[in-house]
Design a binder for this molecule. Structure first.
Ligand code: ATP
Length: 254
């Protein structure tokens, strides 16, 4: 069954489409096999969250949009799962907030970086960074710390969907403002983030773009107020509470 063969009225439509995209990503050499495991873990948390954007995650997406619009040099880091699941949405976000896109892989191979860059270009990206690898994230082993000098290394704000905890901590030590998208509020990377968005990246990326469009003409003071009013700990606690207090019956209503 391909993505187009999944009936839209299937009760698990969104979940099935997501699985097909990840499967296709692995077949095309874009997504790693470990990416499948990450996907499974994400699906479990999404199920517990009711497969919806919580009001707290929506506020986080707005704070992320304000942070990106106020940034000097924002960069969106793309791995194999992000490229497979939301290539068009990622390119749209980058265009809306004038951010660079950089391919940044945990299991780095030049071949896979090249394939992901091509895939993103096919989905409308003009320029994709991550192919030069002339910069580094200090404190990590060489293969895991490779970035572009004019990309993530010199960024002030980085969007890191599905980042691994060690790299999120190392980016934090470099003084970067981090926006992390992750479905698990207990994972180390959202706990390191300035703006943790506890949501499926499939919903979160276009949601940040919508907020950015809405805030496009906002003066710098308004952007600063939104950023200052955002409370990362509260966002994590709200997601954890939704998971702990949610009922499985609610799944039928979403
Ligand atoms: P950390 O090192 O930060 O503690 P982890 O070991 O929990 O991370 P992994 O095992 O690498 O993380 O799993 C990947 C993470 O990506 C999980 O936290 C999972 O919830 C998240 N994830 C997977 N798919 C998605 C998705 N579509 N949207 C948002 N988050 C996702």
């Amino acid at each position: 069954m391909t993505e187009t063969e999944v009936s839209e009225d299937h009760p698990r439509y969104a979940s099935l489409v997501t699985r097909h995209r990840i499967e296709a990503g692995v077949e095309e050499g874009i997504t790693s096999k470990q990416g499948l495991i990450a996907q499974g873990r994400g699906e479990a948390f999404d199920y517990l969250l009711g497969e919806r954007t919580l009001p707290s995650a929506d506020r986080a997406a707005r704070a992320a949009a304000a942070t990106l619009l106020a940034a000097e040099h924002p960069v969106i880091s793309v791995n194999g799962n992000v490229a497979a699941l939301a290539p068009t949405e990622t390119v749209e976000l980058a265009e809306t907030v004038d951010a660079d896109i950089e391919v940044n892989l945990f299991n780095h191979t030049a071949e896979r970086v090249g394939r992901i860059a091509d895939h993103l270009r096919e989905h409308g990206a003009d320029e994709v960074k991550g192919l030069t690898g002339d910069g580094e994230i200090p404190g990590l082993s060489h293969a895991r710390g490779v970035v572009d000098a004019d990309g993530i290394e010199s960024a002030d704000v980085v969007v890191v969907p599905l980042e691994d905890g060690d790299r999120a901590a190392a980016l934090d030590s470099m003084g970067k403002t981090e926006i992390v998208i992750d479905l698990n509020p207990g994972s180390r990377s959202p706990r390191t983030a300035d703006v943790p968005i506890i949501d499926n990246l499939i919903r979160a990326v276009p949601n940040i773009t919508d907020h950015a469009r809405d805030l496009a003409d906002a003066p710098p003071e308004e952007l600063r107020e939104i950023v200052d009013a955002f409370d990362a700990d509260e966002a994590l606690a709200a997601a954890e509470a939704a998971i702990r207090d949610g009922s499985f019956a609610a799944q039928d209503e979403t």
